[in-house]
Design a protein around this ligand. Structure first.
Ligand code: PMP
Length: 307
């Protein structure tokens, strides 16, 4: 397990990590009523620090709170205040390698019952080492016995903590069966995503990814890869329904996410994908994505916030 850095942002100030507590009676603890995001901060060779798509992460946090009906967060926060808090957190810690920052808006009201509006919230931010959860050389996936919670039950578009029990069930099922991660299907049997990453396939020279209406998180890397594949590789990217069997016969399959970067998928449900090696498109996108996040790809400088 990754170790968290000693200084944490909690309750509008920096505290020691073991002083950042939520009440056992808070809605965050009782119902998983919190929303969150995780973004990477990378260092270039001169030690300059960059956050990847910071405004988009803040916007998704606001949108998650809005969808869930947590209405005391947006009036108290805006992007400049958020960016300043990130800067304060970064400055309070000694950072010598790439890290992830996890930001959570917790509903900290106590014994509030099963509701969301008018309840107090606290924002926490902590740092941990950026160790990807999936191997960049390749992963093996298993179709989950658990289906993705549909948008009409708990919206996947909102990054809400309580909903991650669904991901835990599916990932553990995959690990128990000897795989690295799962593939979630929606209630109709179409492909959604992994436990914490979006999925893409390459077929007949085109890139295809499940449409955002298929009960998935609208990943910030998903959007970035769609834009990069079009702009940098001149490839057509299609967002549509994907059948499970299309994955089996794809030329390439890869997963994207903050904690994944880009992971080639080499095997699914005991079927080898193509020749079982990382494909050329995946490889190119891996390099572009890596270079952007580390500040060595000038054309995407506007995706980076210097800290
Ligand atoms: N799907 C789920 C369920 C996730 O938890 C994540 C990780 N945040 C992703 C997709 C990828 O999203 P992003 O690219 O914004 O990290």
């Amino acid at each position: 397990m990754a170790k968290i850095y000693p200084k944490v942002y909690f309750g509008n100030r920096i505290v020691e990590a073991d002083e950042a507590h939520l009440s056992v009676a808070s809605s965050a603890v009782l119902y998983g009523l919190s929303v969150y995001t995780v973004f990477p901060v990378s260092l270039d060779t001169s030690g300059k620090k960059f956050a990847f798509r910071l405004p988009e992460h803040f916007e998704r946090l606001l949108n998650s709170a809005k969808i869930i009906g947590i209405d005391t967060f947006e009036p108290k926060w805006n992007y400049p205040k958020f960016k300043k808090a990130v800067q304060v957190l970064i400055d309070a810690n000694i950072i010598t390698n790439s890290i992830y920052v996890r930001v959570t808006v917790h509903v900290d009201a106590q014994i509030a019952g099963t509701k969301s509006r008018g309840l107090s919230t606290a924002l926490s931010m902590f740092i941990y080492d950026a160790v990807p959860i999936l191997n960049y050389e390749g992963v093996r996936l298993k179709t989950s016995v658990w289906r993705r919670i549909p948008d009409y039950a708990i919206p996947s578009r909102a990054k809400v903590n309580g909903a991650y029990v669904n991901s835990v069930l599916a990932k553990q099922d995959a690990i128990d069966s000897g795989y690295d991660d799962c593939i979630f299907l929606d209630v109709d049997g179409h492909v959604c995503e992994l436990s914490a990453a979006n999925i893409f396939i390459v077929r007949h020279g085109r890139i295809i990814t499940p449409a955002a209406t298929h009960d998935l998180l609208e990943g910030i890397n998903r959007r970035s890869i769609i834009e990069l594949a079009q702009a940098e590789l001149g490839m057509e990217v299609i967002e549509r329904s994907i059948d499970l069997t299309e994955l089996y016969i794809a030329d390439e399959v890869f997963a994207t996410g903050t904690s994944t970067n880009i992971a080639p998928v080499l095997e699914i449900d005991a079927r080898v994908i193509a020749n079982g090696k990382i494909g050329p498109i995946t490889k190119k996108l891996q390099k572009i994505h890596h270079d952007i996040r580390h500040g060595s790809h000038i054309s995407a400088d506007d995706w980076l916030t210097i800290l």
